[in-house]
Design a protein around this ligand. Structure first.
Ligand code: HEC
Ligand code: HEC
Ligand code: HEC
Ligand code: HEC
Length: 138
């Protein structure tokens, strides 16, 4: 009985430590570009492959910017503490001062669809809904 309590206490202590120190194991990890295709979640999830866009020569700052709308370089991203600040909707939400830049549809279509339509260095991206949107992932 006593040893069971000790085991239980130890397990709990470790569990609590892991929950309160989630960054411990990733402390020295630098933030890098995801190599796998991302799914931008929302009411109409869409896929986004970084690799295709890097291959055509786009800089990180074409899409990623800071709170002053200054482009973010790959170095600036690498030394970030928290990659969640890269998430577009962390700024583009109902608190954003410009009404036209509050909705996911508006900002993504403005950035993604406009370039796909206009083209970049002679290449065009998909403009049909299903070129980006996928079936609900959940
Ligand atoms: C170039 C890529 C791209 C194309 C093409 C595209 N979309 Fe989107 N769209 C996105 C992304 C990225 C989002 C953000 C994901 C989300 O919020 O669900 C989005 C969001 C949306 C939303 C907002 C969902 C919400 O939160 O209310 C709607 C509606 C939508 N798209 C409809 C369409 C329709 C209809 C078409 C075709 C006429 C289309 N989209 C074509 C990329 C695209
Ligand atoms: C063509 C646009 C575009 C370019 C260019 C681009 N990204 Fe992204 N990146 C995105 C989008 C869109 C997301 C998803 C944001 C979201 O979920 O709101 C993202 C997400 C990320 C994330 C967060 C992944 C996660 O899930 O936490 C990192 C890190 C990142 N990008 C790094 C980079 C780096 C480094 C470069 C340059 C080498 C780069 N990106 C170039 C559009 C781009
Ligand atoms: C740290 C906060 C922040 C993040 C994260 C952020 N934005 Fe912005 N964004 C801004 C600000 C500030 C502006 C400028 C608004 C203005 O000038 O009125 C802006 C402007 C824009 C514009 C309009 C400018 C133009 O050139 O037409 C688009 C489109 C846009 N952002 C898309 C995105 C996308 C897509 C992402 C994710 C890849 C993103 N933003 C991430 C803060 C942010
Ligand atoms: C500055 C221009 C530009 C921006 C911004 C951009 N794209 Fe693209 N995208 C392209 C081009 C060009 C291609 C076609 C590349 C090729 O054919 O090699 C492409 C291809 C794609 C493809 C098809 C790739 C494949 O491998 O099947 C998807 C999906 C896509 N883009 C989604 C997005 C989304 C979502 C965003 C916004 C978060 C975005 N793109 C922003 C230029 C852009």
């Amino acid at each position: 009985m006593r040893s069971k309590i000790i085991t239980l206490t130890t397990t709990l202590t470790i569990a609590i430590f892991m929950i309160t120190n989630p960054s411990k194991s990733t402390e020295n990890q630098k933030i890098t570009m995801p190599t796998e295709e991302l799914v931008i979640e929302g009411k109409k999830p869409a896929r986004f492959p970084h690799s295709t866009h890097l291959a055509i020569g786009l800089d990180c700052g074409i899409c990623h910017h800071d709170e002053e709308h200054q482009p973010l370089s790959s170095l600036a991203i690498k030394v970030m503490v928290d990659s969640s600040t890269l998430h577009c909707v962390s700024c583009h939400n109902l608190k954003h001062p410009d009404k036209k830049l509050q909705k996911a549809k508006d900002i993504f279509h403005a950035l993604c669809k406009n370039c796909h339509k206009a083209g970049y260095e002679g290449k065009n991206g998909p403009t049909k809904c299903t070129g980006c949107h996928i079936k609900k992932s959940k």
